[in-house]
Design a protein around this ligand. Sequence first.
Ligand code: PHE
Length: 353
Amino acid sequence: MDLSQIQQSLDAAAEEAGRAAAAAATTDELRSIESRVLGKSGPVAGVMALMKSLPGDQRGAVGKLANETKKAIEALFAARREELKHALAAGDQARGAAFDPTLPGPVRLRGAVHPVTAVQWEVEDALARMGFVAVSGPEMESDYYNFEALNIPAMHPARDMQDTFHVDNGCVLRTHTSPCQVRAMERFGAPLRVIAPGRCFRYETLDASHENTFFQVEGLMVDRGISVANLIAVMRVMLQQVFRRELKVRLRPGYFPFVEPGFELDMSCALCDGKGCPVCKRSGWVEVCPCGMVHPNVLRFGGIDPAEFTGFAFGLGLTRLAMMKYGIADIRLLNSADLRALVHPERLCGPLI
Ligand code: PHE
């Protein structure tokens, strides 16, 4: 090998080292490449080993070349090491600046049942345990089932109690779930325990406590010897389960043509346990639902003999109950698309009762 060949192979080694250094992505990688290139079995060491076999006058020149190449390669690795250190530090810094540990994590939107549905399920559960079966009826109802068969004949002043949407075909949008009473009696006869949850409609001007579309659950129990005591017991057990606490109930007289006697049922205020608070207007009682003993005429319309059977019925306002349970102050929120009220009513309206 002559001097120019040696020079060529050292230049090639330096060039190869430069490429490998540029390709190194970490300082560790760089270090291992460097020790390979400059190590005992590397190209520079190979040239040094050759020196012994060279004629004496060439040794000095070859040694110089090898040393220069070694220095050049060392300098090249040192420069690349600095470059890598800066790049990695800048990357860390950039990542560090983008990460703010105080930011809240990603919010996953989760669906939830509507508050009215949630309360409906609880009412259904409680009553199902007492043997009540859920039935349904049409939302567009005939005048017969909505009024006539409920002991509210045409021209009866009680029709004024329920502002009604009339449909062109002579039907009405049912003003309550009570039509389901007569339909269930016709279909199943006595004895009978049914509930009928569903949407009702009234021609109301909207405000915080009036909606033209709301939900009720009708309850009807018919058997031999059913009395007001059964009504009170069933309502108390059901409400205790929905509100998850001991409650008292009381009846006040109320008028509905399809029950006799008719009542308004109150329960002890679930917020203050009957001690008196703004929600119950300091009375300790909140009005829950109208109810009463099924009028003999209604039993007859349903094909049941009032001499043999008696029954009670109630018309629980589900929308109202949901408002009470979740502390929702404005009824209009329930038919809105305001997810704050619908998915997390307690967030918008304070703690659950
Ligand atoms: N249907 C009545 C209403 O909506 C409520 C009711 C039901 C009253 C059952 C008594 C018995 O106004």
